[in-house]
Design a binder for this molecule. Structure first.
Ligand SMILES: CC(C)(COP(=O)(O)OP(=O)(O)OC[C@H]1O[C@@H](n2cnc3c(N)ncnc32)[C@H](O)[C@@H]1OP(=O)(O)O)[C@@H](O)C(=O)NCCC(=O)NCCS
Length: 157
């Protein structure tokens, strides 16, 4: 799979490598633990799932974020950026790479689920064209409500 030079600086988006495991797990723990214990194991299971593809954002060659796309269904199963690097555009670059990859795979839409209270994630997803489809009450083990979002890929936006 091709990698994308994503910024004039040193952010790069590429496929997951075994050597990323420790950092990706730490990012997952930090990003998802509030929704229930066992975030690292959950992410490891997602990454191993059939048709799932993991993108990694690197900053100065070090993993700084990741996204997991189910290339069969178009489900964006997870996206997270290391806390110290949030707000600098890395999540947006990961999403751009996922959208580009999904288009190359001839997927017609992407869907994802995120917490209704996750203002940063909702802001990012809506900025790149996702729309809220429905709400799921007490979706997460820790009790938070979730929303399902969808982005069609058939247009050029
Ligand atoms: C959601 C997440 C991946 C975004 O990554 P990021 O690298 O910070 O994303 P970007 O810098 O590209 O964009 C962040 C956007 O959120 C906005 N944002 C950040 N913190 C925010 C906050 N507290 N309130 C409102 N908006 C916020 C930024 O302004 C930016 O929007 P803009 O480009 O329109 O200004 C990151 O916050 C994260 O890892 N969160 C924990 C894991 C998670 O919740 N994942 C999503 C659910 S699967």
């Amino acid at each position: 799979m091709a990698s994308f030079i994503a910024m004039a600086s040193s952010v790069r988006i590429r496929g997951y490598r075994r050597a990323d495991e420790r950092v990706v797990h730490a990012i997952a723990r930090d990003g998802f633990e509030e929704y229930g214990a066992g975030a690292e194991q959950h992410i490891a299971r997602l990454m191993a799932r059939r048709h799932n593809y993991t993108w990694v954002a690197t900053l100065d060659r070090q993993a700084a974020g990741f996204a997991i796309l189910n290339a069969a269904s178009g489900s964006l199963d997870a996206i997270a950026v290391a806390a110290e690097h949030r707000g600098s555009g890395i999540g947006g670059l990961l999403l751009d790479a996922v959208i580009r990859d999904a288009r190359a795979r001839r997927l017609t839409e992407l869907q994802l689920v995120t917490a209704q209270s996750n203002v940063a994630a909702l802001s990012l997803f809506q900025r790149v064209g996702f729309e809220i489809l429905e709400r799921r009450r007490r979706f997460y083990r820790a009790g938070q409500d979730a929303v399902v979002l969808r982005r069609f890929l058939s247009d050029d936006s």
